[in-house]
Design a protein around this ligand. Sequence first.
Ligand SMILES: Nc1ncnc2c1ncn2[C@@H]1O[C@H](COP(=O)(O)OP(=O)(O)OP(=O)(O)O)[C@@H](O)[C@H]1O
Ligand SMILES: [Mg+2]
Length: 406
Amino acid sequence: MSDYTLSLDPTKRSSDTIDFQSALRAKIVGQEEAVQALVDLYQVFRAGLNSPGRPVGNLLFLGPTGSGKTRIVEAGAEILFGDARAVIKVDCAEFQHSHEIAKLIGSPPGYLGHRETHPLITQETLAACHTDKLKLSFLLFDEIEKASDALWQLLLGMLDKATLTLGDNRKVDLSKTVIFLTSNLGGGEISELMEGGMGFVQPKDKPVAGLDEKVERTAVEAARRKFSPEFMNRLDKVVVFHPLRKEQLQEVLDIELGQVQQRVLDTAKGQFLFRVTPSGRDFLLQEGTDQRYGARHLKRAIERHVVYPLANLLATDQVNLGDLVCIDWDKTNNRLTFVREGEGALVEPAARKAGAAAAGAEATDGKSASAPEETVAEEKKSRAAQPGGGPSAAPQSRKKQDRSNS
Ligand SMILES: Nc1ncnc2c1ncn2[C@@H]1O[C@H](COP(=O)(O)OP(=O)(O)OP(=O)(O)O)[C@@H](O)[C@H]1O
Ligand SMILES: [Mg+2]
């Protein structure tokens, strides 16, 4: 008998799981517990150790509006399947009446309109998310507190047995599916907590002491009151999302501006760079976020104040290939101004575009989506910094700079 023993490290992750984790962290600000929950499930699935006859995972996400509950599922899909839309999303508010269940599972043969109702959840729609490497699907039930009793019954079956019986009796196997459920139950109480309650208004960027624990307790208690024990017992994990703090909202802004920059670089017409000054960023944060709604309206503010004007500039040929546009805040008129600062920021746009497209198409590596713009930003820093031209970094690279200044 050999006395050879080797101490093992059960905390070590595989390299693709580590990649998944860092890609998710690059897209999601904070919410570490949720990131870990997703990464754990992914590792179990990759190792083939998920329990047969059950979904890969049943996760309930609670917490205030605009804190990333839906976004993290989409970000996971973006990274693993190459498309944020590779998630079957069931908006429970649309299925409040039992007869609406037909939209979800199709109606039984013989019913009027049987052929016209295409069930939302089928084996084929689940398989549509699969990649060559990964046969996994994401199913998301949003706002489950609004689900009808009929939907609850279906849901309990899916969570427990990983099967769903369609109207025409076909069975859908959910054993290679992660089921996400979201709810902002307790949202009212949470925003009350965030404002200090009892009419005492808390300064915007100074949350109450111990807020995180209180939010957690409030959300879980609200869920326990509303949902039956048989439902709660079928969940693998309940994760409470926390309200985003001001610095975190700033990070979300950076990520979103990075996505806009990527969209600009992906246009056939005019690949140019833009940068937003710190006061321009503050303006966007003011317009798009607050403690009550988290980052919910940030995208809309960016569309209105950045994307629409940039689209006009592009369509009227005021900016061209390789330009650098500076976006600043005009205090007098309380709006953003757009100034062309430089040209020739992109030397080989065609080649770069091809590179960006290739990187974007590569699923399973979430970093790929942001890689090109970072590259461009870095490139630009070294090439286009003109004497006396002021700062010239694109959004992603400004992030660190801004923070070190603050
Ligand atoms: N933690 C976060 N990290 C990155 N982006 C975030 C985060 N939280 C919110 N966002 C941004 O805000 C938008 C809204 O967030 P999301 O849709 O995830 O809210 P939610 O928590 O699902 O809210 P609701 O309960 O109202 O559905 C997202 O599309 C994303 O752009
Ligand atoms: Mg949501």
